[in-house]
Design a protein around this ligand. Structure first.
Ligand code: PMP
Length: 454
C-alpha cells in the first residue's frame, strides 16, 4: 500500500519523485545521487562520469555547466531577481524574449504567455482556448483531441491530453472533453502489408470519424508533439501532417504544437513544427527554452486567438482571470535569452544538423544487432526498439529494456531513457561532439552485447 511504499523509499530517499521513480526505488537497493555535470557528462557521488544521453527529454540541451548561462542567471539575479506581473507590469527580459520567440516561430504575429513547466503551458492553452471560444460566442467548442501515446504533462488537463494509458489509470482520467486519436507509429501500428501512404490515410480516416461523431463544432483544437517523445519517439511517416492539417482545416479546427521536446533546436530547426511541415496556431515550449537551467515554459499564441479574448472580454464582461506568481520570471527569461544568443553565436543549429548525420548513421547501424527490432531518428532524438532473441519468450513487461538500461548505466556509464514497448530513447545535449556520439553508441552496443550473455 502507498504508506508502506513511501516508508520503503524513505530509507533510500526522503524525496517523493513520482510514480515511476517510486517503483524503481522500491526495486533497487540504493539511490544514485548525481552531484555535478559538465557538457554531456554528469558525475555521481563517487565522481564516476556518466554520458547523459537522455537530456533532450529532461534537461540541459546546451549541456551542463555552461558558464554563459550561469552568468546570465547571476546578472539577472543581481539586477532584478523577481517582479510580479499585476497591474499592467512586465519585466524587460520577458518582453524581449516574447519578441524574439515570435520572430523565430512559424506563428508570426501573436503573443507569448510564460509559465513554469510544460504541463502548465499545455494546461494554460486549454484554458485560454476555452475562454477565447466562449468570448467569441462559440461556447460548444471545448473538446481537445490529442493522440494515443502522446505525452503532454502531469496536471489534470495535461494528463488528460496525454494519451498514455498508464498515466490515466488510478487517477480517474482523462477528464471529460479530452479525446484521443490513433498514434501514427508506423512500425508498431501498421497493418500487415500496409504502405506508409495507406497507413497515413487510415490515421486520417480515424481522425475524421472521431471529429464527425463528436461534431466538429465541439472541437476546440488538435494538440500533438511534432515527434512523439515519452510515448516512444514516434516519427510519423511523410505525408501524415499534410493530410492531418488538410482535414483539420476543412473542419476549422486549429493545430496546436507541443514543442516541449522538439522546440529550440532538437530537430535541427528552431521549431520541430518547421522540420515536420506543421503550421501551428499555437506552440507550447519548455525544457530547452532555458536549457532546463530554470523552470520556464512559453505558449506562443497567434494573434487571431488573442483577439478573440480582447473583443470577447469586452462583450461578455468576463475578466481573463488567469495568472501565476512566477509567470515570466525575469531570471528564467534572462537565461532563455542567453540560450537564444548561444544558439545563434555558436551556430548550434548547424552543429545539430551535422551531428544528426553521425547520430543517424550510428543509430540505424544498430538494426544489425540481434537485439534490435527497429531504429529511428530525426535531428538529435532517436530510439531503438529492442526485441527478444528468436526463440525467447515474449517480453510484455519490458524486462529486456530494463536489463540493458541497468547494464548501460552501471557497467558502461551511459544514461539513456527507457520507455514502454522495449524502447531505448536517446536525446543527448545538442552540444554533443562526433567523438561523444561514437562513445554513446559504443557504450550502448557493449551493453546490448553484455545483455545477450548475462
Ligand atoms: N509536453 C511534452 C512533449 C513533454 O515531453 C513534457 C515533459 N516530458 C511535457 C509536456 C511536460 O513538461 P513538464 O514536465 O515541464 O511539465
Amino acid at each position: 500500500n502507498s504508506i508502506e511504499s513511501i516508508a520503503a523509499i524513505g530509507a533510500a530517499s526522503s524525496t517523493l519523485h513520482g510514480f515511476a521513480d517510486l517503483r524503481a526505488l522500491q526495486q533497487s537497493a540504493g539511490l544514485k545521487l548525481i552531484k555535478a555535470g559538465r557538457g554531456v557528462w554528469v558525475h555521481d557521488e563517487a565522481g564516476r562520469p556518466l554520458l547523459e544521453a537522455a537530456s533532450g527529454m529532461w534537461c540541459a540541451s546546451l549541456g551542463f555547466g555552461d558558464p554563459e548561462l550561469v552568468e546570465a542567471a547571476i546578472e539577472q539575479f543581481k539586477t532584478l531577481p523577481y517582479y510580479h506581473t499585476l497591474g499592467g507590469k512586465s519585466v524587460v527580459p520577458s518582453e524581449v524574449l516574447s519578441e524574439r520567440l515570435l520572430a523565430k516561430s512559424p506563428i508570426g504575429k501573436g503573443k507569448v504567455y510564460f509559465a513554469c513547466t510544460g504541463s502548465e503551458g499545455n494546461d494554460f492553452l486549454v484554458k485560454f482556448v476555452r475562454f477565447a471560444n466562449n468570448a467569441a460566442g462559440l461556447p460548444k467548442k471545448k473538446k481537445f483531441i490529442s493522440r494515443t501515446n502522446g505525452y503532454h504533462g502531469a496536471t489534470l488537463a495535461a494528463s488528460s491530453l496525454t494519451g498514455i494509458a498508464g498515466n490515466h489509470k488510478g487517477f480517474d482520467l482523462p477528464l471529460p472533453g479530452f479525446l484521443h486519436t490513433a498514434d501514427p507509429h508506423y512500425y508498431r501500428n501498421a497493418l500487415p502489408g500496409e504502405s506508409e501512404d495507406d497507413f497515413c490515410q487510415r490515421m486520417v480516416r480515424e481522425l475524421r470519424t472521431l471529429v464527425e461523431s463528436e461534431g466538429p463544432e465541439t472541437i476546440a483544437g488538435f494538440l500533438a508533439e511534432p515527434v512523439g517523445g515519452a510515448g516512444g519517439v514516434v516519427i510519423p511517416p511523410a505525408g501524415y501532417y499534410t493530410r492531418v492539417q488538410e482535414l483539420l482545416q476543412g473542419f476549422g479546427i486549429p493545430f496546436f504544437s507541443d514543442e516541449v521536446i522538439t522546440g529550440v533546436g532538437r530537430l535541427g530547426d528552431w521549431f520541430g513544427s518547421d522540420t515536420m511541415g506543421i503550421k501551428p496556431r499555437a506552440i507550447v515550449m519548455g525544457k530547452g527554452l532555458t536549457s532546463a537551467y530554470f523552470p520556464l515554459s512559453a505558449v506562443i499564441l497567434e494573434q487571431e486567438l488573442v483577439d478573440r479574448i480582447t473583443e470577447g472580454s469586452d462583450r461578455n464582461g468576463h475578466y481573463f482571470a488567469h495568472g501565476a506568481t512566477y509567470a515570466g520570471h525575469p531570471v528564467g527569461c534572462a537565461i532563455a535569452l542567453a540560450v537564444l544568443d548561444i544558439i545563434e553565436r555558436r551556430n548550434i543549429l548547424d552543429h545539430v544538423k551535422r551531428m544528426a548525420e553521425v547520430f543517424k548513421r550510428r543509430l540505424l547501424a544498430l538494426q544489425e544487432h540481434p537485439l534490435v527490432g527497429h531504429a529511428r531518428c530525426v535531428g538529435l532524438v532517436g530510439a531503438v526498439e529492442l526485441r527478444p532473441l528468436p526463440g525467447a519468450a515474449g517480453d510484455p513487461g519490458g524486462e529486456l529494456v530494463k536489463k540493458v538500461h541497468a547494464i548501460a548505466e552501471n557497467r558502461y556509464g551511459l544514461i539513456f531513457r527507457k520507455l514502454a514497448n522495449n524502447v531505448c530513447a536517446f536525446s543527448p545535449p545538442l552540444v554533443i561532439t562526433e567523438e561523444e556520439i561514437n562513445e554513446l553508441f559504443d557504450r550502448f552496443i557493449a551493453a546490448l552485447d553484455s545483455a545477450m550473455v548475462s
